[in-house]
Design a protein around this ligand. Structure first.
Ligand code: TRP
Length: 333
């Protein structure tokens, strides 16, 4: 008998302009993971509402994110690629789980504290219960594994706590998800300030390579990448954060080891190295961008895939939701 595959769940907020960091840190790995697991990847548009959005731009970005998932190599036939807001079970389970989550727990969430400090004019309740919606996302699909970055670890912890609490009261309803720690992968830092994470909100536009940057822009950004006053291509994040970040990027894209890369550039200057990194990144992004541009013109193709996948997701999610409703004693007729 064929062994059943484990279920893996992840998603990104629908508002991000994706950077090379998002790609190498998440999306590229998702493609590999989809070979081994049954994967659900959501466009997390309900989470995006915790920050005020311009409706037209929001709608466009969410669609664009879906197309990027597909363009990056995630097959909408082999994986479930869908919109969180199209499956109403997310919001329903989130409400129920809100009633099983303590304010004391939510008060400890460092991301809430950071975001509340940053958006003082809109510290809304959605921002506060963000981790509960995230728990609902994961638990609805009985996910075994959740690949997340360091910034989401605490949210996965609270998800596990909520699930265990619920199971403790009602029996085994939810699978307790494990964090998936990527074997390879990557924390990609800013090219202009390598002490900081690469982010599209970087003040310096040269700090972040965007997934849809054209070739010249990619090459230019790498050419301007901050290095150090030596000239040796050596991996040492403590004393050479800029060069080490570039080695990391080169390694993620080519799959080659850091030692191998150091050897290749022995005796060569930073100029050559930066140009080489720019080239491999531009080559990596070219087919993705080509596919993305095609998809954006194949409107019906995308819409059909979205509809199909929304339905599959909805089917799986409602199975769990029905069980939960029954367990807590909501009336059935
Ligand atoms: N909060 C996640 C982020 O910003 C996105 C997300 C929402 C998510 N729900 C999720 C990630 C469930 C993994 C699983 O990166």
């Amino acid at each position: 008998m064929e062994k059943e595959k484990k279920i893996l769940y992840s998603g990104m907020q629908a508002t991000n302009t994706l950077t090379l960091g998002n790609y190498l840190g998440a999306l590229k790995n998702w493609v590999h993971l989809s070979e081994e697991y049954d994967c659900y990847y959501g466009v997390m548009d309900l989470h995006s509402l915790t920050v005020r959005q311009d409706p037209a731009a929001f709608r466009k970005n969410a669609k664009s994110l879906y197309a990027l998932y597909v363009a990056a190599g995630l097959s909408p036939e082999e994986n479930i690629l869908y919109f969180q807001s199209h499956v109403s079970a997310h919001a329903e389970l989130a409400w129920i789980l809100n009633c099983f989550t303590y304010m004391g727990e939510l008060n400890r969430m460092t991301q809430f504290k950071d975001k509340a400090a940053k958006h003082t004019d809109n510290v809304n309740a959605g921002l506060y219960t963000y981790p509960v919606l995230m728990a609902a996302d994961i638990l609805l699909y009985q996910a075994d594994l959740v690949p997340v970055g360091a910034d989401q670890k605490q949210h996965l912890e609270i998800c596990r706590d909520i699930a265990a609490r619920f199971n403790g009261i009602y029996g085994d309803v939810f699978t307790i998800p494990e964090p998936y720690i990527a074997k390879t992968g990557a924390k990609i830092q800013s090219l202009s300030d390598p002490e900081k994470k690469m982010s599209k909100s970087d003040e310096n536009p040269n700090g972040a390579v965007l997934l849809l940057d054209d070739r010249d822009t990619v090459l230019r950004k790498f050419k301007r990448a901050v290095t150090d006053s030596e000239s040796e291509v050596r991996f040492d994040p403590e004393t050479k954060p800029g060069v080490s970040n570039l080695i990391n990027i080169y390694s993620c894209v080519t799959g080659r080891s850091k030692e191998d890369i150091e050897k290749e550039f022995e005796g060569k200057g930073y100029g050559d190295f930066k140009a080489a990194v720019g080239e491999v990144v531009a080559d990596e992004l070219a087919p993705l961008q080509k596919r993305y541009n095609e998809l954006m013109t194949e409107k019906t193709y995308l819409e059909e895939r979205i509809r199909e996948n929304d339905q599959k997701a909805s089917y799986a999610a409602n199975k769990t939701l029905r069980k939960v409703r029954k367990k807590v004693g909501l009336t059935e007729v």
